[in-house]
Ligand binder design. Structure first.
Ligand SMILES: NC(=O)c1ccc[n+]([C@@H]2O[C@H](COP(=O)([O-])OP(=O)(O)OC[C@H]3O[C@@H](n4cnc5c(N)ncnc54)[C@H](OP(=O)(O)O)[C@@H]3O)[C@@H](O)[C@H]2O)c1
Length: 205
């Protein structure tokens, strides 16, 4: 698949590497093509290139947004025409929120001409995206959003890069809940000082 990634920092960079590893074409959508966080990704894989944000979006069927949450509306507006395209939102409105919204998914929906939006890859640290294997088995990933098409694509991508199961939280009304779930990881890993090498997996009896 052709995947545009807007925001090539910790999370966007980790996803770019992993998706390139499994054969996807990654186009980083950047503000300044000569200077941006993650520029070294260009030498990581021949499957990774960079372009302006509108050109990256034009070339892709999947768009991943991974920028600071308070910039969501501005970045969503900068994408241009995204009709029929899928947007994967990896963001969490941890402290700063997109103005007028409680979560980033709602801010994307309000500022883009696609309803194919899913939240995914937001519930764990970027180190766990680079390497989701614990005790010989992938950790779990989680999605939220009303678009079945977007959910299926996010699920497939998560499994391709090593996540074991992908559990769906529900529709767009669960955007805030999945961000709160991410805050639980942040709380344990960072605020309660358990360390970032920890992850969630559902177990059953
Ligand atoms: N860090 C984690 O482990 C983690 C885990 C799960 C979810 N998240 C969420 O993922 C998002 C990204 O976090 P991160 O840690 O990857 O951030 P980061 O390393 O600080 O990277 C931010 C990226 O956003 C880009 N950016 C900033 N302003 C922009 C704009 N106006 N237009 C286009 N691009 C812009 C930056 O590009 P430039 O180089 O041009 O500045 C940079 O590539 C956040 O919402 C965070 O809550 C983070």
């Amino acid at each position: 698949m052709n995947i545009a990634i807007i925001g090539s920092g910790n999370v966007g960079g980790a996803l770019a590497k992993r998706f390139a590893d499994v054969g996807h074409q990654i186009i980083l959508g950047v503000r300044n093509i000569s200077e941006f966080k993650g520029k070294e990704l260009l030498s990581y894989s021949k499957n990774i290139s960079a372009n302006t944000i509108p050109e990256a979006v034009k070339a892709a069927e999947i768009i991943i947004i991974s920028v600071p949450a308070q910039l969501t509306s501005e970045v969503a507006k900068s994408l241009g025409d995204v009709s029929g395209k899928i947007i994967i939102d990896t963001m969490n409105a941890v402290s700063l929120k997109p103005e007028g919204f409680t979560n980033t998914g709602d801010a994307i929906i309000a500022n883009c001409n696609t309803s194919e939006i899913v939240k995914c890859f937001n519930t764990t640290g970027f180190e766990n995206i680079l390497n989701p294997i614990y005790e010989g088995k992938g950790i779990d990933m989680f999605t939220a959003g009303s678009s079945e098409k977007a959910r299926q694509v996010a699920q497939q991508l998560a499994k391709e890069i090593g996540f074991e199961n992908v559990y769906h939280f529900g529709g767009n009304d669960k955007f805030t809940l999945i961000e709160q779930f991410a805050f639980s990881w942040i709380n344990l890993a960072i605020l309660q000082k358990q360390g970032r090498d920890m992850a969630f997996r559902i177990v059953r009896r």
